[in-house]
Design a protein around this ligand. Sequence first.
Ligand code: NAP
Length: 249
Amino acid sequence: MLTFKNRTALVTGAGRGIGRAIAETLARQGVTVICVSKSAESCGATAAAITAAGGRAKALAVDVADGAAIAKASEELLKEFPVIDILINNAGITRDGLLFRMSEADWNDVLTTNLTSCFHWTKLIARPMTRARWGRIVNIASVSGVMGNAGQANYSAAKAGMIGLTKTLAREFASRSITVNAVAPGFIKTDMTAGFSGDAEIAGKILETVPLKRFGESSEVAAMTAFLCSEEAGYITGQVFNVDGGMAM
Ligand code: NAP
């Protein structure tokens, strides 16, 4: 067991995949979890599963690509939870294509959903954290933002941007005992990668680049993320942790 002192967390993209695993892992550690996703059905299902397992959760449908919607949701949330101690910026999308074929809409959608959302959530949720003088922020980046990946100019730029944001905010918030770290997953079995992991030929090509020769599990990303949110990780900030089977050594 890790140590969590009656904490509340907000996890974006908690409806499926990695975000759901993070929400459930934190809830098992006694953390109250606000589960955010685009559709009410998916965050509702995660919150219901947590509650059924004896944990505490609230579901909230917010489009993280909409800064005004984030502002409205945060204002309401902070009335109910005066301090949200842990923020996990996990919601993300891909719109892959080689640069010459990439539309401006695909560029903007990926930057807005993956990166600009972190700016909005952090600005609103971190202010009460600074007053409480304790906080944990974990941004779910990607190995694509660390190494680059052909066909993902928009996504790797967004994820690299999240890493830069992580390092800057780690410096800005350190004096308030708020740590800010990034987790960079490799190929994890979720809906996002179903097109790759479900196709034997594509999966084989991908696994040639993964020293551990398998796709990762959402629970493996969640375990690292939960550790970074615990009391035990209080001396770790501004770092990027690859959970990628050894891809980005
Ligand atoms: P996923 O299975 O596709 O789930 C994405 C989650 O994000 C869903 O809950 C979805 O909400 C939510 N979301 C997407 N757009 C949103 C929006 N505009 N507003 C609110 N919520 C939104 O993805 P995943 O594979 O778990 O990925 C989670 C994170 O890890 C992403 O940031 C991704 O870039 C990163 N990552 C994943 C991998 C991988 O191999 N899977 C590798 C590296 C990094 P709904 O459920 O309502 O649709």
